[in-house]
Design a protein around this ligand. Structure first.
Ligand code: IPM
Ligand code: MG
Length: 363
């Protein structure tokens, strides 16, 4: 039976990068007889314009029915000043939460062809391949109470709540331990759990729960713990000490941007957000880049690589996933670059040409 994908191109550069990715998906679908079908929906600013809300019911229903969701990017200055509860980002947070996509996998891989793109010395980042496992549906992003209230003295006060239940910590730690086991190098599976247990009780429980789970069920995983401030520092000092990093929603948001930048090219990094059953939403790590939207300047490779991740994790089509990743490598070997990853001696091309080049390499 054919399986179905909901495509949400989103705002800004979203439609352009998605057009390129969709062509690659189409080619892979034919070439590997994947029997996938897809349809389109609105999320974020485009949905606000059409329906008045960033996640319309039709989109949510379609997303629930689909086997996977492929997302471009949402948001832009046009919607920055509308009421907080219906901003584009709220649509993204709601779809993550409604679909229970608690496990966010954010790889930071330095393509050897792009070693010059990093702001760090080549010896620090050469061969970098780490995976951040970010909890995505809990913590301070969703904790209640939250809001902005007026105090008795008339002053406004903003407040949020960071909460994690043991079950939420356990299920994300399991994902991290399983991923590390799959990735184990020289037989060693390595996980670093990042917290702020010296100050925040919520992460004191996080640390304890992760430790207990490792002892009970993953005795072979080499588990370490690091405070988030130190982790932020270690990521730029010696990033290759890490393999899998597991952390909560807010720390994961911050550290994954930092890790992405180590590779010099956030335009290259895909991500997967998975539920308990492997259903997922796949999206590039970068945002909607409204400043370059509609100019054929955006790098579509992160979205194309998100297609590969989708084929791998939700549809279990490893050969097709690998073929797309290999095609991206071929295009980089050919010296083709969008502006964000451009360096001396390479050939600068636009979004569409980059998509076409990947199609050609895919064959
Ligand atoms: C991300 C983004 C989102 C987040 C925003 C757009 C709500 O920064 O996916 O990392 O904070 O989760
Ligand atoms: Mg972020």
């Amino acid at each position: 039976m054919s399986q179905h994908i909901l495509i949400l191109a989103g705002d800004g550069i979203g439609p352009e990068i998605m057009a390129a990715a969709e062509k690659v998906l189409n080619r892979a679908n034919e070439k590997f007889s994947l029997d996938l079908t897809w349809s389109h929906g609105l999320l974020g600013g485009s949905a606000i314009d059409a329906h008045g809300v960033p996640l319309p019911d039709v989109t949510l229903d379609a997303a629930k029915k689909a086997d996977a969701v492929l997302l471009g990017a949402v948001g832009g200055p046009k919607w920055d000043n509308i009421e907080r509860s219906i901003r584009p980002e709220r649509g993204l947070l709601k779809i993550r939460s409604e679909l229970n996509l608690f496990a966010n996998l954010r790889p930071a891989i330095l393509y050897p062809q792009l070693a010059d793109a990093s702001s760090l010395k080549p010896e620090i980042v050469a061969g970098l391949d780490i995976l951040i496992v970010r909890e995505l549906t809990g913590g301070i992003y969703f904790g209640q109470p939250r809001g902005i209230r007026v105090l008795e003295n008339g002053e406004k006060q903003g407040y949020n709540t960071d909460v994690y239940a043991e079950s939420e910590i356990k299920r994300i730690a399991k994902v991290a331990f399983n991923m590390a086991t799959l990735r184990a190098k020289d037989g060693v599976a390595k996980v670093c759990s990042v917290d702020k247990a010296n100050v925040l009780e919520v992460t004191e429980l996080w640390k304890q729960t992760v430790t207990d789970l490792a002892a009970a069920e993953y005795p072979d995983v080499k588990l370490s713990h690091m405070y988030v401030d130190n982790a932020a520092m270690q990521l730029v000092r010696n990033p290759k000490q890490f393999d899998v990093i597991v952390t909560g929603n807010l720390f994961g948001d911050i550290l994954s941007d930092e890790a992405a930048m180590l590779t010099g090219s956030i335009g290259m990094l895909p991500s997967a957000s998975l539920d308990e059953n492997g259903k997922g939403m796949y999206e590039p790590c970068h945002g909607s880049a409204p400043d370059i939207a509609g100019q054929d300047l955006a790098n579509p490779l992160a979205t194309i690589l998100s297609v590969a991740m989708m084929l791998r994790y939700t549809f279990k089509q490893e050969a097709a996933a690998k073929a797309i990743e290999t095609a991206v490598g071929v295009v980089l070997d050919q010296g083709l670059r969008t502006g964000d990853i451009m360096s001396a001696g390479m050939t600068k091309i636009g979004t569409q040409a980059m998509g076409e080049a990947v199609l050609k390499a895919l064959g």
